[in-house]
Design a protein around this ligand. Sequence first.
Ligand SMILES: Cc1cc2nc3c(=O)[nH]c(=O)nc-3n(C[C@H](O)[C@H](O)[C@H](O)COP(=O)(O)OP(=O)(O)OC[C@H]3O[C@@H](n4cnc5c(N)ncnc54)[C@H](O)[C@@H]3O)c2cc1C
Ligand code: SF4
Length: 338
Amino acid sequence: MNRFDYAQAQDGAEAVRLGSATGARFLAGGTNLVDLMKENVERPVSVIDIQRLPFAAIAELDGGGLRLGALATNADTAYDPRVAERYPLLASAILAGASPQLRNRATNGGNLNQRTRCYYFYDTATACNKREPGSGCGALGGVTRIHAILGASEQCIATHPSDMCVALAALEATVRVEGPDGERTIPFADYHRLPGDDPARDNTLAPGELVTGIDLPAEGFATHFTYLKLRDRLSYAFALVSVAVAMKVGVDGRIETARVALGGVAHKPWRVPEAEAMLVGAMPSHEAFAGVARRLLEGAVGRGDNEFKIELARRAIVRALQQAADGTPQSQIDKRVA
Ligand SMILES: Cc1cc2nc3c(=O)[nH]c(=O)nc-3n(C[C@H](O)[C@H](O)[C@H](O)COP(=O)(O)OP(=O)(O)OC[C@H]3O[C@@H](n4cnc5c(N)ncnc54)[C@H](O)[C@@H]3O)c2cc1C
Ligand code: SF4
């Protein structure tokens, strides 16, 4: 680990001021940042500890939504009775991630901003445009089992590893940010970015901008939802493919609203509004769900080891849509998908 300055921010404004300096990094739970510092991947000039800031509450919003503080832990968020009852898709996605110990420490803001798990990003002996812009991409032509099949570029084929973010995308959450130019909100779809020719940037935050909270809209899709996560082993593993579905079904059995977000396949949670629109007014059926899967995966490209993900994703989408329509969400305790 390199030498770095350390400061404890006393309020949001101070965090933003200190965090705007070149080479500064915010420290929340530290479960990702400290790991990356130990691996010599992150070499901050200064670490701004934000753990004492007053952003750990979960509070009701006017109009029926809920505000999740950026510093609320993943565990406190998933087990908050309002989240569990009104936004079970989010609770389920959080509980599908990491381990109880990590979720007790990891924060919501940190989860949004965690870096990719690409092996080459972690290995400083290899080329990586995300870690060292312009150095190349070790994954291209390398081992690609966990890499992207959608939205990638010739500069970077990494995926975003978060489970929570896949549910937040389907719920159409809003990210609240405080920065040098004041406060602003970012719709979740615009928060993470595709790699293009600038893979070093994972999201659309400006330098110094601090996430203070995440707003959930009033509609939580508490009856018809699922978070289906497929991984190499049942615990402690990132998604190869995951699917969050939020759905509303009318009294006549027809689908009124459908949202589908994919994890593990791209640089950001992957949504295709046209695919979701195909379900509006339809009766739940294998054929309808297979059509949605085809549309969602249009343009999917495998690169050697990860080609299996295209068929895996297709099947996972159909299964997740069926689970949501049936009102039988995937259990994160019994993770079998028999
Ligand atoms: C073994 C292991 C397994 C894991 N498995 C999963 C999994 O299956 N699914 C999953 O989703 N995650 C998984 N994780 C990742 C874990 O969820 C993240 O490490 C955690 O959510 C990060 O939160 P943190 O508060 O510890 O962030 P930190 O490590 O403190 O910060 C992470 C990044 O976010 C930035 N940051 C933090 N807070 C803010 C803020 N408020 N505003 C702006 N920037 C901020 C930091 O500067 C840093 O760049 C796993 C982690 C480990 C170590
Ligand atoms: S896929 Fe992206 S993160 Fe991985 S080595 Fe290539 S540039 Fe780096």
